[in-house]
Structure formats: C-alpha cells, structure tokens
Design a protein around this ligand. Structure first.
Ligand SMILES: *[C@@H]1O[C@H](CO)[C@@H](O)[C@H](O)[C@H]1NC(C)=O
Length: 297
C-alpha cells in the first residue's frame, strides 16, 4: 500500500482510502448521486418517471452499502481502491473507486468495460466546484500508474454533459465504442433504465513500473486461514468471516463447504426447536421406546 498517507488538497479537503467506518456516509452519497429521481440539479438531466418512496431509498442505501463493503475486503477485490474526500469538518463529501484485476477485461479494449476502470465517482451537492472530483481522480490515476497501467477507462452517461466535460478537461478522451451497462433489477429501479447511451472514455497514464503487472490468477485470489494469519490485521478475521458467509469465489475450495454445514445446522435447530418443542407429544412418543431399550437388553 503505497498511497496510505493522506494527501492534503486545497480548501481543507483530505483524500484518503475508505475505511469500514465510512460505509454509511458513502452509501448515502452514492445512493443520492446516482438516483434517477434526484431533482434541482440542472447539470444532470436524469428524468424521473416514478418517484421512489422513502422506504425504497433506505433499502437501496443498504444494498449499495453492502456492495461497497464487499469491495473493501482486500481479497475479493485485490487490485482495487476506494477513496473518500473529507472536508475540514470530517464529513465525507466525495467518493470514487478504481478497479483493475479482471483477467478478461484488464487492458482489453474489446471488453465490455476495459480495466483499470474508474467508477462510482460522486461529490456531495454541498461540495461542488471545489476540486473534489479532480482530487479523487488524481488519486485513482496515481494508483493505476503504481499498478503499472498505461491507460485507464471509465463509462459515463451521454446525457451527463457536466461529467463528460469534467473528464475531457482532465485529459480523458472518448473511445468510439457503443458501450452499454448491465444493471440488476434493483439498480435499474434506482438508476433509471439500461437503455440510455453510454460513452466509454480513456486516459493515458504515466507509468511508474517498467512492465505492467499481469492480471491475478485464481491461486492468487484463493483465501484460506493462512492468508488471514499473514495479513496480521484484526480486520482480516472479519473479512474472512464475510467471505465464508457469502461463500465467495475467493475462498479456497475446501472452505466452501462451510455455508452448507451452516445451512444443515440451521435446519436441524429449526427442526428441534419448532417441530419438537412445539409438539412435545412427539418426544413423549419416543420415551417408551427409549425406556424399553435397556429392558430389551
Ligand atoms: C477481451 O474481451 C473480449 C470481450 O469480452 C473477450 O472475448 C476476449 O477474450 C478478451 N481478450 C482477452 C485477452 O482476455
């Protein structure tokens, strides 16, 4: 981790790596920024056909939070970084992610999303026009240079002209690609539809390494208890537990039986507590058999 030292940028803003304690403010920021029915923002011309209710917004925030949390673990998403921008009062006013490890998409311009890719860049309304997005993008670009990448990518909605102009001013250019996004149904309700046209953009980067690092192999992804010990961080146990709960692909194959075992234990507990405890006569029915057994010997 070469960029752990917080970078001080003008106007009292600090850009640093995201931590677990930042999850809720990040989720709120991302949820509001990409919501289809956000109003009072001339620059972003997202049309709402159906306002979402309060409850739906809360549920979406939780889902967004879980999604971002998954990428906080160092194993699931290893060549990946999430940056937050904090204002002088310690409030999170900006967020951005960068990812580049998927073997099929890494440095592959024919991929649906070539990597490394910058995504989820958002800035709070209260902190606009203060260089927050630029500061976040600079850290993402530096990170990709450290990974040895000469080019990075992003996708932007064609109707989001403000963002398109910001990227152009930062040295990004449009690729002649008819890009599309694939959204799950809950994201489609939140972000609008998948039918809108998307621009794929790229930016050349200064390379710090002589040779680009190869994409990760499956063995590098595989996590077992030794990986946890090597990490030497109390959070490592939480990350590992979360991988097990999610039965993640990142787990060594032998660990993937754990969720099955947990499911069986849950089923057995359910059977004992609900079936047997609520029908004690079932137990009574067994007792004479148990009592009779020694007599039969
Ligand atoms: C690049 O992406 C395309 C489209 O997904 C895929 O068919 C191709 O195999 C990829 N190339 C490499 C080298 O992975």
């Amino acid at each position: 981790m070469l960029l752990l030292i917080p970078l001080i940028v003008p106007h009292g803003l600090t850009v640093r790596l995201a931590e677990r304690r930042d999850l809720l403010p990040i989720a709120r920021l991302v949820e509001t920024s990409f919501a289809v029915n956000r109003r009072n923002l001339e620059s972003i011309n997202y049309i709402s056909s159906r306002p979402r209710g309060w409850l739906e917004e809360q549920i979406t925030t939780v889902r967004v939070g879980l999604d971002i949390e998954r990428r906080l673990t160092p194993w699931d998403w290893a060549r990946h970084a999430q940056f937050v921008a904090e204002d002088g009062t310690g409030s999170i006013v900006g967020f951005c992610e960068v990812w580049g490890e998927d073997a099929e998409s890494l440095r592959n311009e024919s991929a649906v999303t070539p990597q490394p890719v910058l995504f989820n860049l958002c800035v709070a309304d209260s902190a606009r026009r203060r260089g927050v997005a630029q500061a976040l993008m600079r850290d993402c670009e530096e990170r990709c240079s450290v990974w040895g990448d000469a080019q990075m990518y992003l996708k932007v909605r064609q109707d989001n002209e403000a963002a398109g102009k910001l990227y152009e001013a930062r040295g990004w250019s449009h690729l002649d690609v008819d890009a599309r996004v694939v959204l799950s149904s809950w994201q489609e309700r939140w972000k609008g539809s998948t039918a809108y046209p998307i621009n794929l953009m790229s930016k050349p980067l200064p390379q710090e390494l002589a040779a680009p690092r190869p994409a990760k192999t499956f063995d590098e992804f595989a996590v077992n208890i030794d990986t946890v010990r090597e990490y030497n961080d109390p959070d490592a146990l939480i990350w590992f537990a979360l991988l097990v709960v999610r039965n993640s692909k990142a787990l060594s194959p032998s660990y993937r039986v754990v969720p099955t075992v947990l499911a069986l234990v849950t089923w057995a507990a359910f059977y004992l507590v609900i079936k047997v405890a609520s029908h004690p006569e079932m137990m009574m029915g067994f007792q004479p058999v148990v009592a009779a057994a020694p007599a039969a010997l």
